[in-house]
Design a protein around this ligand. Structure first.
Ligand code: COD
Ligand code: ATP
Length: 205
């Protein structure tokens, strides 16, 4: 049987770090943030709608979306965040499911694919055999987010507060990975889950 695993977690919880490990083990992963970035390029399906709704001031001279500027707006203004979501959600969803179907049809039976979708639970994505959740204590999440995105504590707190809390997310998860330790400790939890998921053939992927 082919399996689709949904991977999720709060902002800067460590999803991409898990994805890097899965890819290093030979698994195929659909990364929603990357798909969104492609759709937002000048030849992408989201470009014109964002330009029309938000205006040319959110784009640079090379016609690329100024993600930092749009991020600053939508993470501090709920109305603008909902506007962006209303604009993008259907197209992002269709694209992700399309990519999943394409990938599945190209794979043999007994394959496992992963979909890294940050807002999987908030936006009610469905169709997974399992949901994997990466969690970190909020203090660690805050520190990592501030460091990675060069944000002030207030900016980072704002971003975290736009998402469902990790405690609440745990109710929806089949497996939970604790990323409060080292990257190696995270990887060994994922390795264990892979062995349980596909005991006979995971090492051949
Ligand atoms: C606002 C944008 C342009 C900022 O771009 P930027 O490159 O700075 O961030 P990036 O796209 O890498 O997202 C980083 C993280 O922010 C969080 N995030 C993104 N959008 C949202 C949102 N609307 N609500 C809550 N968290 C969000 C996610 O955890 C995501 O992993 C971009 O995030 C965006 O278009 N967001 C809306 C699309 C979306 O829903 N993305 C999530 C995929 S399901
Ligand atoms: N165990 C760890 N120890 C130290 N740093 C870590 C650890 N795990 C992840 N990081 C760092 O924390 C930051 C966030 O991790 P990562 O990018 O994997 O999170 P993410 O969930 O994919 O984020 P986003 O939701 O924004 O896409 C990165 O800078 C990463 O290198």
């Amino acid at each position: 049987m082919k399996k689709v695993i949904g991977l999720t977690g709060g902002i800067a919880s460590g999803k991409s770090t898990v994805v890097d490990f899965l890819v290093s083990r030979g698994f195929q992963v659909i990364d929603a943030d990357k798909v969104v970035r492609e759709l937002q390029k000048p030849d992408g399906k989201l470009y014109q709608a964002i330009l029309t709704e938000f205006g040319v001031e959110f784009f640079d001279e090379n016609r690329q979306l100024n993600r930092e500027k749009l991020g600053r707006l939508i993470f501090t203004d709920r109305v603008q965040r909902e506007k962006l979501s209303a604009l993008q959600d259907k197209i992002i969803r269709e694209e992700l499911y399309h990519k999943r179907d394409e990938l599945l049809s190209a794979l043999t039976e007994h394959s496992v694919i992963f979909m890294d979708i940050p807002l999987l639970i908030e936006y009610n994505y469905i169709g997974f055999d399992e949901i994997w959740l990466v969690v970190v204590p909020e203090s660690v999440q805050l520190k990592r987010l501030m460091a990675r995105n060069h944000l002030s504590e207030e900016e980072a707190r704002n971003r975290i507060s736009t998402q469902m809390s990790m405690t609440e997310k745990q109710r929806f998860a089949d497996r939970v990975f604790d990323n409060s330790g080292t990257i190696e400790q995270l990887q060994s939890q994922v390795q264990q889950a892979l062995e349980e998921l596909c005991p006979t053939d995971y090492s051949e992927k």
